[in-house]
Design a protein around this ligand. Sequence first.
Ligand code: NAD
Length: 268
Amino acid sequence: MAAPTRLISRLTLVTGGGSGIGRAVCQRLASEGASVVVADINQESANETLSSLPDDFRGQVHTATVVDVSSKDSVKKLVTNIQTRYFQPPSVCVNTAGITQDDFLLSMEEEQFDRVIQVNLKGSFLVTQAVTQALVACGAPKGSIITVGSIVGKVGNLGQANYAASKAGVQGLTLTAAKELSRFGIRCNCVLPGFITTPMTDKVPEKVISKITTLVPLGRMGEPAEVADACAFLASDDSRYITGASIEVTGGDLLQFIFPADVVFIKG
Ligand code: NAD
């Protein structure tokens, strides 16, 4: 079966596009015909993603650029530069930029809490706001904002009070954005990955990974491309009647599991 081409002539922005899930999202959107702006705090990794993108469709132009999603100035500049370069704002935006700084609640420093909230939650807010302001201002007929949350935002996880709070936060942000922006034709949804093999989970000790996989009904970690599949669906008109939703990409219902006390993400 030929790959779908649902995103021909759509301009898309992917934050955190330099690695892991974000890189897979860039590759999937490009393979469906979209022009992709790869935005990451790390220019080198954004460039690496850029060089991996197919450009088989007429008019398809990809770019790589630096952004710090936690900075309002940086995000504003990003959206302005995109409009200058492409003469339009992105009609698809995938917020994948995210970090972890794990520690137990009893010992977590205020800075660890603040930084994770700033990147994961405030960053998603700043990017969603800047992109949708631009879409509304130019009278764009439709838009799709996708934010990568986490199943941890629903179930919690030992050592991740900051991360779980940030990921629960992006679901609340998305639900509200979906209600406010539907009248402008802009849909807002979340994807909630479970445990996906990326540089982020490379930090998790091997013995913890093997415990996690025994708890996943499908019996394995997920691949970044499997999260990208859900993002491409939400980006496309195939999901035109879906907004304010959260799609779990977890290999099965992790809610029914309580992780044993030794399944902790903290290294060492
Ligand atoms: P990753 O570390 O491989 O990629 C994250 C990317 O975000 C990196 O390229 C990094 O440079 C970029 N980034 C970090 N801070 C940034 C900032 N301030 N501004 C712009 N870019 C920034 O991680 P990943 O596993 O691919 O995670 C992607 C998203 O998926 C994250 O939001 C993460 O929380 C979420 N997620 C991952 C998993 C998993 O198991 N890997 C599970 C659930 C959710």
